[in-house]
Design a protein around this ligand. Structure first.
Ligand SMILES: [Zn+2]
Length: 366
């Protein structure tokens, strides 16, 4: 009888449990793979050098893919939200350069995030909105990025999670006479929002943000596919054209363009004498390039952005027979809160709650 029971248990293990274990470990690998290949995440107005914000305002796209991969875990984990939220009041921060993991109280960690992500010169209500967005992103990440950083909740690399900078480092890039006041402004803004996060249906949202939406944000599905988050819808914002992140240009010679495409596609071919050698095929509803044909390759706007080094997928181009000029509007993937849009709204009198509820649809702050 015992033997029969043992055979039965063995059968159950092989038929049911092994596939589950295998699938789970494969998912973990996928997330890690995406992480290493990702160029950027949320960040946008990262401000290691506030005088040269554009430097850090790179594109992102792959990061969203890794987040999407993690969503298979959402339902199960999110049910324990209240419990987990309390659990994440101490953040295990991975310093990517040294590999060291530092434990920090949540708000102390957020001082470093806000200091790295948004210029201290921005309006108080924009900084408060950024603090809440960063806290929400941190908790979402800690709850959902299983296996991404073993033994850590989040890392300090803006290309992977979100930027973080130490007080000492931050002070070094500020004018000495302004440093103390700048830091205190950030500390006050974070402290004023203690414990507040953004929720949708009672659960923390995946709080993407970026530098400049160019006047209209993008839905997440148009950038990364996967889950169509109901709170990440396209919304219009005024005042973003007053910021340097609003427009940029990239000029590429025929040779440069061909080289960049061939780095990605070894079989790339293009006939520059054909007036349609580059053709935008489809736009998203927010007028960003969704699909583009470059030579013999039909690729997504997000991929073209990465390959060509453009600040966003909202672009047009001209070709004079020798070089291409790409004129780009906005900076970043365009999903979620626009930081310059937040600052612009704050300047017009909006508070952090109005800013957050403008950029994230049907959410609550609790
Ligand atoms: Zn990370």
């Amino acid at each position: 009888m015992k033997k029969i029971l043992l055979y039965f248990l063995g059968f159950v293990f092989v038929v049911f449990l092994l596939p589950v274990i295998f699938t789970t470990s494969m998912e973990g690998q996928e997330v890690v793979a995406n992480e290493t290949s990702s160029d950027n995440k949320n960040n946008s107005t990262s401000s290691n050098d506030e005088n040269n914000l554009d430097k850090q305002n790179e594109a992102s796209s792959n990061n969203g893919e890794s987040n999407n991969n993690q969503n298979t875990n959402d339902v199960e984990q999110i049910q324990n939200f209240d419990e987990n939220y309390l659990k994440y009041q101490t953040i295990r921060l991975l310093h990517t350069e040294t590999g060291e993991i530092e434990e920090l109280p949540m708000d102390e960690y957020l001082y470093g995030v806000v200091a790295a992500e948004m210029p201290a010169s921005y309006e108080v209500e924009a900084l408060k909105a950024q603090a809440i967005v960063a806290r929400t992103y941190t908790i979402y990440q800690a709850m959902n990025s299983v296996g991404k950083h073993p033994n850590a909740d989040i890392c300090d690399n803006y290309g992977c999670c979100q930027a973080w900078i130490s007080k000492e480092e931050r002070f070094a890039s500020w004018k000495p006479e302004e440093a103390e006041a700048n830091w205190q402004k950030i500390v006050d803004c974070v402290n004023a929002t203690t414990g507040k996060i953004i929720t949708y249906n009672g659960q923390p949202i995946n709080a993407f943000f970026h530098s400049n939406s160019g006047g209209i944000t993008e839905t997440s599905i148009n950038i990364w596919g996967g889950i169509d988050y109901p709170y990440l819808k396209s919304v219009e914002t005024s005042g973003e054209n007053g910021y340097t992140q609003y427009s940029s240009e990239v000029i590429l010679s025929k040779e440069d363009l061909e080289k960049k495409m061939k780095e990605k596609y070894s079989d790339f071919e293009i006939n520059f004498s054909d007036s349609n050698c580059i053709q935008i095929l489809e736009y998203t509803s927010s007028k960003r390039v969704k699909t583009i044909k470059i030579g013999n390759k039909e690729i997504a706007g997000t991929e073209a952005r990465t390959i060509l080094g453009l600040k966003s997928t909202n672009f047009t181009f001209t070709f004079d027979g020798n070089q291409f000029k790409f004129s780009v509007i906005g900076n970043g993937h365009g999903v979620g809160m626009s930081q310059t849009g937040a600052d612009s709204m704050a300047k017009s009198g909006s508070n952090y709650e109005e800013i957050i509820k403008h950029f994230y649809t049907d959410v609550e702050i609790k």
